[in-house]
Write a protein that binds this ligand. Sequence first.
Ligand code: FES
Length: 291
Amino acid sequence: MQDTVNVIERQPWLEPASDTVQRGLYHAVNAGGPLGRRISDFLNGSRLGHPLHPAVTDVPIGAWTVALALDGVQMLTKARRFLPGADAAVAIGLVGALFSAASGLADWQYSAGRARRIGLAHALLNTTATSLYATSFICRLRGKRKSGQLTGTLGFAAVCVGSFLGGDLSYRERMGMNHAPDQEPPDDFTPVLAERELAEGALKHVRAGDVTVVLARRGGRVYALAESCAHLGGPLSEGTLEGESIVCPWHGSRFALKDGHVLNGPSTFAQPCYETRLRDGLIEVRGRPHQ
Ligand code: FES
């Protein structure tokens, strides 16, 4: 199966097609203004603290699996009592597929390189599956049971391959996962920078033990967060300060300086935040005991 993924990711048309679709999405979200941004954040799962897409994909996959099973039992037993359940499962899957598509596109708009190409192929396969299930549903409504079951089975095959690509995106490309570093700064306060080297309103990245930290000075206070953005690893020290928050330069996630919580997506995860103190003209950093 991995060979199939390798063939898919090398398709030359995926790159320009991804470019076009991503540009369209970018303009659509921007045209919606603050509301468009809020909807995009919701679809990313920023308000939930968990990516939305993997949760909603369970709806169509689960519902269509039920439909396949009920169709199979009906074919074996010829009992008509299984048909309404199969039809309802196909319909529920179609509604779930719309939410899955919207949340998937909201995540995919920020992808690049291989993840972007695989993501587009994943979306096309799932669109094919949804179209086949829509056809299946229409056939069922018109009493063309055999055609409905056949197109449903084809749709299930497409959704299986699409799901495999979804797994590749999560486990290989780490889409939707937390990209903040796993390492923690030292448990004890550790000097990282001379206080005079961090001007008011400035950002600077430094090492604190095994972890790279961004220092920010705001209102005379010094804050420390992990340098690598929890969304997709953007360098926060190249971002900007906005009031009491820091904005990632890559896709605009905004984190509170005081505790790293997400103020704006697309990040769904809070940014690790550390303790600081000023001692003998030096800025010192340590991990927070509860994090
Ligand atoms: S890397 Fe995407 S918002 Fe920071």
